[in-house]
Design a protein around this ligand. Structure first.
Ligand code: CUA
Length: 330
């Protein structure tokens, strides 16, 4: 609507127009009541001014009707804003299941991006339009915040954990990327560009810029071998560590009796602080890899373990036939 008006950023994602609509609604309600109240203050000040020294106005005893009007109308308006905002919030923070995963590592003072295909970029992010993109983000040092105004998308990027955000670009173009959390001397230089491209151009870009043929999962597999992980995480029974095939997304029974889901954060934590969550039936033997693997390497290891989950889903047959053997195991 106001895309040519310079104080409003471009509208370039599926969510952007909806964010603006809510913003304009709240701004319109605010402007209306500000104007109404300002005018009434002036009008009443003049109309009910004291006209002589001995004037004594009649006492006011209130009006139930008036009380109801100025309670119910604002209540309805506030509830509309709440419901509208809550609905939008849920959509903004629930990435669609088919989203393309792209990994972001923030550090003082740059954005490092990894695509699952293995492409890496710094302070630039190339994405296809018409496809939901989920960013999985972490920081190597302090808190940063990944902000793309044209997509109305902003998410804090925290050290020691993963946060995620998603968007679907609708319009090809080059858009600003900012760090929106003060993170030190060159915070203001921690900027970049997001390039939204037609899907075919994006595929061209991927194949044109892939530095090596290794995908993130393949690079992770290499690292997995280098670090000696297969020694304990062999797939045969009797291994010292749990087998990792099919782990990603599954439910893990911990020694403490609790259960947890093997998501990105769980795997990261298992590498950095293994004794904090020992799988039931295993001894706390695993050493920490803190300091030996950086955030980007961690993401590669996770991508590798994720790919093992995909592999296992190929070999494990469909729902119907898995039911029998699974139940007989219990
Ligand atoms: Cu990173 Cu400000």
């Amino acid at each position: 609507m106001f895309s040519d008006f310079p104080i409003f950023p471009e509208v370039a994602s599926t969510i952007a127009g909806r964010v603006d609509a809510l913003y304009f609604f709240i701004a319109a309600v605010g402007t209306f009541f500000f104007t109404l109240i300002s005018v009434l203050v002036l009008v009443f000040a003049i109309k009910y001014r004291r006209r002589s020294e001995d004037e004594r106005p009649a006492p006011v005893h209130g009006s139930l009707q008036l009380e109801l009007v100025w309670t119910i109308i604002p209540l309805i308006l506030a509830l509309v804003m709440f419901a509208w905002g809550a609905n939008l919030y849920v959509d903004m923070y629930s990435p669609p299941g088919n989203a393309l995963n792209i990994y972001v590592v923030g550090k003082q003072w740059m954005w490092k991006i990894q695509h699952p295909e293995g492409n890496r970029e710094i302070n630039e992010l190339h994405v296809p339009i018409g496809t939901p993109v989920k960013l999985i983000m972490t920081s190597e040092d302090v808190i940063h915040s990944f902000y793309v105004p044209a997509f109305r998308m902003k998410m804090d990027v925290l050290p020691g954990r993963y946060t995620s955000a998603w968007f679907e670009a609708t319009k090809p173009g080059k858009y600003h990327l900012f760090c929106a959390e003060y993170c030190g001397t060159k915070h203001s230089e921690m900027i970049g560009s997001v390039y939204a491209m037609e899907p075919t151009e994006y595929q061209d870009w991927l194949s044109r810029t892939s530095a090596s043929s290794a995908s993130m999962a393949e690079a992770g597999e290499e690292l997995f071998a280098q670090l000696g992980c297969p020694t304990c995480h062999a797939s045969d029974s009797g291994a010292r560590g749990p087998a990792l095939a099919g782990l990603y997304g599954s439910t893990v029974n911990l020694m403490t009796g609790e259960t947890t889901t093997a998501d990105d954060s769980y795997i990261r934590n298992s590498i950095i602080d293994p004794t904090s969550q020992i799988t039931q039936g295993y001894a706390p033997l695993m050493p920490t890899y803190k300091g030996q693997v950086n955030e980007e390497d961690l993401l590669k290891l996770i991508a590798y373990i994720k790919s093992l989950a995909l592999d296992s889903s190929h070999s494990v047959a469909t729902e119907d036939s898995t039911k029998g053997p699974l139940e007989s195991n219990e």
